[in-house]
Design a protein around this ligand. Sequence first.
Ligand code: PRT
Ligand code: ZN
Length: 300
Amino acid sequence: MERKEQRIKIAVQKSGRLTEHSIDLLQRCGLKFTRSKDQLFCYGENMPVDLLLMRDDDIPQLVADDICDLGICGLNVVEEKRIKLSANGAAPGLKQVFELDFGHCRLSLAAPEGTRFDGARSLENKRIATSYVNILGDYLKRNGINAEVVYFSGAVEITPKLGKADYICDLVSTGSTLAANGLTEVETLLDSEAIVIQTQAPLGAQKQALVDRILQRLDGVLQVRESKYIMLHAPRSALADIQALLPGTEAPTVLPLEGTADRVAVHAVCRENVFWETLENLKAAGASSLLVLPVEKMLV
Ligand code: PRT
Ligand code: ZN
């Protein structure tokens, strides 16, 4: 049955590492927003798509409960929620739709410098401080390890110094926080980045069409990020070599060059970054007048 509420809600981190990137990404999808006075809501001005600004940890649940149709948060918080729900026999209620290539970090085990670590068995009967009790618990269970998981919601990295833990399990990006606390990373449990999640609740046809439209635009924005439009001139005889050198392209457009019988212009969209080395190799294969242009929008 069609629901009355036809506006889409996207949950985005209110204030933190993912906020700016997330809002920028949605704006590049052509969405325009006005922020409410309480800063918790962004009203979609040009499409019926609003943002709910939340703590990142709350986003998976909001999407799973169908309060929001889409959400942007770290894989780390989604995985933590997924393991918790599946331990209780519940279905996750959400699915991952895109990886966004920002918010990169890893959830790692770390110990005071000099600690000897021989894999999971070194954790037997140790105390491990973390806010990721479910991911850590799952890792310990899979490895058959008995350890005491001590929950801390923040400042996990100081717990060994305070005598509260032997190891920590926390997010790391540059590693400087660990180093500043005399800790070294001993094992990575999860590689994470920001992702887009979608509710699994059935939507009415109209709302579903709107969600699909947003997802298609997101796909386009993500594809053009790496994509380049490349143009060059080449002898017809070098075409096969040149095509093999063009990174991530399907069939290029080949056009005759006015006034020459054997030279052509080649235009292609490259779905990967075009490096100087690629251009040098193309030139060595016979290409000339090489131009690389950014792609602004793409709809495939
Ligand atoms: O208020 P709210 O709950 O929304 O914010 P928050 O404080 O929980 O989140 P925030 O903004 O710090 O992080 C949001 C998301 O960014 C995380 O869930 C991850 O997906 C991602 N992310 C990427 C990180 C980091 N890198 C990161 N380095 N999240 C946290 N950190 C912290 C880490 O916990 C540790 O304290 O940064 C410190 C380590 O950084 P390095 O560079 O010293 O290694
Ligand atoms: Zn958080």
